[in-house]
Design a protein around this ligand. Structure first.
Ligand code: COA
Length: 294
C-alpha cells in the first residue's frame, strides 16, 4: 500500500511525531505511519542489500524498542523495502518515480546518440554500479553464461562450457551468492542499465590483505565501453575499504585475448602459470596468475 503526500503534510508529521530524529509517538493514521516509514528509507542506499540486523539497528535509532518490529513490517507492507523469503536480507524497493526518471533519461540518451555525445556522458547517465540483490539473479546468470560462451566457444567444447555454466551460473547458486556475503566472498556487484544487468563482478579475500577477482563478465555486445573498468573499480573499493586489501590477484585463462588486455591495461602483471581449475572429462585449461598493488 502506497500513499502520496505533500511536503506540507510531511513537515507536519515530522514536527508532530518526531524530535531530534527520533519518533516520540507512533501516529495512529496509516498515512502518517507511511510518511515516517518513507523518512526512514532515506537512511539507505538504493540497490544495496542490508541484513536484518542492520535494518534493526537503524530502526532503533528512530523508533523505540516497543515499536521497531512493527515498523519493520510496515517497510514491507508499504512496499518501501523488499526482502528475501527467509527475511535475512532487505533492500529498497525501487521507487516508481525513479523508474519514470530512467525512461526520461533513456530518451535523452537516444537523442544524445544522434548528436554523437561522448561515451562518458552517456555512461554517467545510464550505467549504475551496485551490490547485487535477489532481483538481479536472472540477469547475473544470463551475462555470465552469455559472456562465458562468447569468450570460450572457439577454444573449448560445448560440453565443457555447458558444464561450467551449469555448475557456477545456475539460479540457486547465484541466489545464495547474492544473499550470503563474507570476507571470502563479497557478493556480486552489477552494472545496471534501466534496471537490467549488463555486467557482473565478484571477488573475495584470499589472504590477510590480498583480494582476488573471482568472476567478471559483461553482456558480450557491451565490451570496450568502460563498464568492466567501473565494475573492477567498485570491487577494488570494496576490498580496500572493507577488508584492507593492498594487493589484488586474478586468474585468466591462458590465451584469453578478451580478458588479458583488459587486466594488463588496468595494471595487472603476470606472475606465473598454474594448471586449470576444472577438469571436465579430460578437458582442462591452464591459467595465468596476474597481480597488481591496489
Ligand atoms: C574483460 C572485460 C570484463 C572488460 O570489460 P570492458 O568493459 O570490455 O573493458 P573496459 O572498456 O572497461 O576497458 C577496456 C580496457 O582494456 C583495453 N583493451 C581491451 N581490449 C584490448 C585489446 N584487445 N588490446 C589492448 N587493449 C585492450 C582497452 O584499451 C581499455 O583500456 P583503457 O581504458 O586504458 O583504454 C570484458 O571485455 C569481457 O567481458 N571480456 C570477456 C570475458 C572475460 O574475459 N572475462 C574475464 C575472465 S577472467
Amino acid at each position: 500500500m502506497k500513499y502520496s503526500f505533500t511536503e506540507k503534510e510531511r513537515n507536519q508529521v515530522i514536527s508532530n511525531f518526531m524530535q531530534d530524529g527520533k519518533v516520540i509517538s507512533v501516529p495512529a493514521k496509516e498515512k502518517k505511519k507511511y510518511i515516517l516509514s518513507v523518512e526512514f528509507t532515506k537512511k539507505f542506499e538504493e540497490g544495496k542489500a542490508y541484513s536484518e540486523q542492520e535494518i534493526n539497528a537503524e530502526l532503533l535509532t528512530m523508533f523505540s524498542k516497543d515499536d521497531y518490529v512493527e515498523q519493520r513490517r510496515y517497510l514491507i507492507t508499504f512496499e518501501l523495502f523488499k526482502r528475501t523469503s527467509d527475511g535475512t536480507q532487505y533492500w529498497l524497493n525501487r521507487d516508481e518515480n525513479v523508474e519514470v526518471a530512467r525512461y526520461i533519461l533513456r530518451d535523452l540518451h537516444n537523442s544524445m546518440s544522434v548528436i554523437n555525445c561522448s561515451r562518458s556522458i552517456k555512461e554517467a547517465i545510464m550505467i549504475h554500479i551496485t551490490l547485487a540483490n535477489p532481483d538481479h539473479v536472472a540477469g547475473i546468470s544470463k551475462v555470465c553464461s552469455d559472456g562465458y560462451w562468447a569468450t570460450y566457444s572457439e577454444t573449448r567444447s560445448e560440453k565443457y562450457i555447458q558444464g561450467i555454466i551449469d555448475e557456477f551460473y545456475n539460479h540457486d547458486r547465484i541466489l545464495k551468492e547474492v544473499s550470503e556475503m563474507s570476507r571470502d566472498w563479497g557478493g556480486y556487484i552489477v552494472a545496471l542499465e534501466d534496471g537490467e544487468v549488463i555486467g557482473a563482478i565478484g571477488g573475495g579475500m584470499i589472504g590477510e590483505d590480498i583480494g582476488e577477482v573471482f568472476v567478471l563478465y559483461l553482456d558480450p555486445d557491451r565490451r570496450n565501453e568502460g563498464i568492466g573498468t567501473k565494475l573492477l573499480d567498485a570491487l577494488t573499493k570494496q576490498q580496500k575499504e572493507q577488508f584492507n586489501a593492498t594487493e589484488q590477484w586474478v586468474s585468466v585463462a591462458k590465451g584469453n585475448q578478451k580478458g588479458i588486455p583488459f587486466y594488463e591495461a588496468r595494471g595487472f602483471v603476470v606472475q606465473h602459470e598454474r594448471p586449470g581449475y576444472h577438469d571436465i572429462e579430460g578437458e582442462s585449461y591452464p591459467a595465468l596468475r596476474y597481480y597488481r598493488k591496489i
